[in-house]
Design a binder for this molecule. Sequence first.
Ligand code: UDP
Length: 314
Amino acid sequence: MPRTLITGGAGFLGSHLCDRLLDDGHEVVCMDNFLTGSSGNIAHLEKNSGFTFLERDVTEYIEIEGPLDYVLHFASPASPIDYLRLPIQTLKVGALGTHNALGLTKAKNACFLLASTSEVYGDPLEHPQNETYWGNVNPVGLRGVYDEAKRFAEALTMAYHRYHGVQTRIVRIFNTYGPRMRLNDGRALPAFMRQALCDEPVTVHGTGDQTRSFAYVDDTIEGIVRLLNSNVTSPVNIGSRDEISIMDFAKEIISLTNSKSTIIQHKLPEDDPKNRQPDTSLAQDLLGWRPRVDRIEGLQRTLAYVRQKIRQTP
Ligand code: UDP
């Protein structure tokens, strides 16, 4: 039975990974300091004998008893309002947290997987983005804390691989959505769904011409697991190719929910990427991966979760 540490295991993606790896027969050690993660995301695993939870901050020295086969580093604020609110923690978890997680991986002779991001491409000048593109990042802009932390984390991961011979994987995760997203994390999808279901104005930033491509969480998790089980050390994009403008996305959510909401335009945040769509040829060729859940299906599943969350919130 492989034994696996997931940092940020109580977060949106981290908790889905805990579920998936437990199903795949791993023993899972989940670590989180609840900076942006939530105990509710892992409450259902409490009684699972293969699951252990440690409330720790990965930026502090990590000690884990017993062997480890895999270390998956998912700890980090990941939504724009979170990393704007927590700029120093974001830089620390990408730098010190990645260093600690890699040091632990090396000591345990394990395999390391870094949760990287499409933000390493910044506001891209190439479209779609493939893994050979070096990106267009403003290091001193508001998003720089996240983008540069993840770029540093990628560089450190490759240094451990090249210098220490540690087995490493880097996944560049594009916009992903699904159950367990925080409704107030500031991202477009949970914001639009909550606003539409409550018949409140839907807040589109700028003209809404900027594009994203949204992948359903099960597809993203499948891509990550396939990468983990491969021997690919170069970065791999995982995301949907189904690109949509944010304005059309807002209209789609209003229509899916039969909402009376109107659309209001807010100021476009600084350095907000204009277009984003991954080239996923590498994931397809090397991992045999492609998304399976189409957007309407994924949105319906997520709406069921958001409706339930709204009912639970006083
Ligand atoms: N956005 C928006 N309204 C909101 C939240 C976000 O129009 O209430 C925009 C945001 O400015 C960006 C896009 O939607 O252009 C996707 O934003 P998100 O926060 O989901 O993630 P990003 O892809 O920018 O990291």
